[in-house]
Design a protein around this ligand. Structure first.
Ligand SMILES: Nc1ncnc2[nH]cnc12
Ligand SMILES: [Zn+2]
Length: 330
């Protein structure tokens, strides 16, 4: 569905399509764990978050040069634009690259080559959000923030991702304080596989402005009430939830109930190359499986711009919001 929308939960490494993975493997002389793209697609049957992360980290080893990161981001932006994405706030995982000897400069400059030309080439405005891997140490996160020092003019905010359970937000209190002192915006994955308490901690200890996923808030009515009252945006990823088995079926996804409760939900793709679809595909999926009508779909699109970090360009946000209101769902 091509309703104008912002994508607020998108891991750039999770946009690595099998064709590009094999092309980059050949270009860089990297051996992949699968023989061909069909075998790779066969491997996309995940039991949970960790089984996905194992493949996600293995495959991203093909990313070596600035040009690789540029090609990756440019391919995503083209696909996203074709599905109505007008603004994208893009996560990247520097620690996963630094650990392989790929420098922060290679990653950020490469991504920036694509992002810098995105408005002109694709009609998509962008922001970059640097994520810390929560299954790595707090010291490693702090060292990553230090390494990003020369590139902070290109980085809007920080996030927290990777294996959630056993790695509560409070582990990263200091690095989030340091990020805030640098003027960076703050978001974090919480309540994907982890308990509702992690959502509360992300808000109270890390000071996040948005919660990525936040799905498990539905288990705690008092938390839902708070999220509604404080208008905390949740960046939901319905196709991801099905593929990682955080919900049993798409038809059983709590999104309609969450909207009915007054939560500020957005719909996003997370890792679209792995989970069966980009932002527009996620909108199509929730329309089809959950029977959301035009006003609910418009609300989701509107929320995406309201929850975005476009505070530095209110004129652009207003233009996007006007496009949402004018969209004809047919
Ligand atoms: N859905 C997800 N949850 C946590 N970490 C991730 N990294 C990439 N995708 C992720
Ligand atoms: Zn995610």
């Amino acid at each position: 569905m091509s309703v104008p929308k912002a994508e607020l939960h998108l891991h750039i490494e999770g946009t690595l399509e099998p064709d590009l993975a094999f092309a980059l493997a050949a270009r860089n002389g990297v051996e992949l764990p699968c023989a061909d793209t069909d075998a790779l697609r066969e491997a996309y049957r995940f039991q949970d978050l960790q089984s996905f992360l194992d493949l996600y980290y293995a495959l991203m080893t093909v990313l070596r040069t600035e040009r690789d990161f540029e090609d990756l981001a440019d391919a995503y932006l083209a696909r996203a634009a074709a599905q109505g994405v007008r603004h994208a706030e893009i996560f990247f995982d520097p620690q996963a690259h630094l650990a392989r000897g790929v420098g922060m400069g290679t990653v950020v400059e490469g991504l920036w080559r694509a992002l810098g030309g995105s408005e002109e080439r694709h009609g998509v405005s962008t922001r970059l959000i640097m994520c810390f891997l929560r299954d790595e140490s707090a010291e490693s996160a702090m060292a990553t923030l230090d390494a990003a020092g020369p590139y902070l003019d290109r980085i809007t905010g920080v996030g927290l991702d990777s294996a959630e359970v056993g790695h509560p937000p409070r582990k990263f209190r200091e690095v989030y304080e340091a990020a805030a002192a640098l003027g960076l915006r703050r978001v974090a994955h919480a309540g994907e596989e982890g308990p509702p308490e992690y959502i509360t901690e992300a808000l109270d200890v890390l000071g996040v402005e948005r919660v990525d996923h936040g799905l498990r808030c539905v288990e705690d009515p008092a938390l839902v009430e708070r999220l509604v009252r404080e208008r905390v945006p949740l960046t939901l990823c319905p196709l991801s939830n099905v593929r990682l088995r955080t919900v049993d079926t798409l038809a059983g996804h709590p999104l309609p109930a969450m909207l009915d409760a007054g939560l500020m939900c957005t719909v996003n793709s997370d890792d679209p190359a792995y989970f069966g679809g980009y932002a527009g595909d996620n909108f199509d999926a929730v329309r089809g499986a959950l029977g959301l009508g035009p006003e609910r779909l418009r609300e989701l699109a509107r929320n995406s711009f309201l929850a975005s970090f476009l505070d530095d360009d209110e004129a652009l946000r207003a233009r996007y919001l006007a496009e949402v209101e004018a969209y004809d769902f047919g």
